[in-house]
Ligand binder design. Sequence first.
Ligand SMILES: [Zn+2]
Length: 268
Amino acid sequence: MQEVAPGVFVATAEPYVTTTTVVAGADGGCLVIDPAVTVAELDAIASWLSARGLRPVAGWSTHPHWDHLLWSRSLGDAPRYATPRAAGVAARELARMAGRVESEAPGHDLALFARVTPLSGEVIGWRGPRAVVLAHDAHAPGHGAVFLPDTGVLVAGDMCSDIEMPLLDTDAADGDPFGGYRHGLGVLAAAAGVRVVVPGHGHPGDAAEFRRRVTADLAYLDAVQAGRNVADERLAAAPQWLLAEHDRQRALGGGEPTSPPSPEQTTG
Ligand SMILES: [Zn+2]
């Protein structure tokens, strides 16, 4: 566990360099965001919490992807929330995502998987630092980052990563995954006073690093959408599955042809 700001702790799981964020609140209560990934890792988080005298009183899932909807008996039975759109998708996709859990992180109690309640309003109601939900539809429908204004920590969900380029919601309901992603980045970038960014996969960064990642993400989107070559350092070290996603996104990019067709081609 790394304390990224007073009372805000980040654990990093091995699969996909996935983070879990814990926010300490009043009377030993804590808010647990996206606990992940394996059964052993969730149990280790629960042990760490009880050793520090912390007890989950609320859970938050940033978005409806299987690795952000996990829970464990050892974390107790606190209410767990997501944005209304995310909770709707989690309910609809429950069976399919439970299959992913079984294949990628077997052994979880599936009766606890993805059991999130839609949060009404934009603030998580709990006795602890104010936790503001920044909702948008980049990466996944109803993606809800959590901003803690007191400490300036932005728990970004699957955005603003140092190891993953933007991953679009290619099934975006409005058919504009690039526009939706840009809008989502804008929502995050507009949060005043971000001092620490915690990505769902990757490593926490400071304010300057947050700005750098937003800029890099926008450059990636522009290049891919225009069909240009992408110079993004995250691709250099990317695993095979991430490169496959990159190729899928490139195929979505309209991209102007590099040179206009010659007369021979058009008439031939
Ligand atoms: Zn995701």
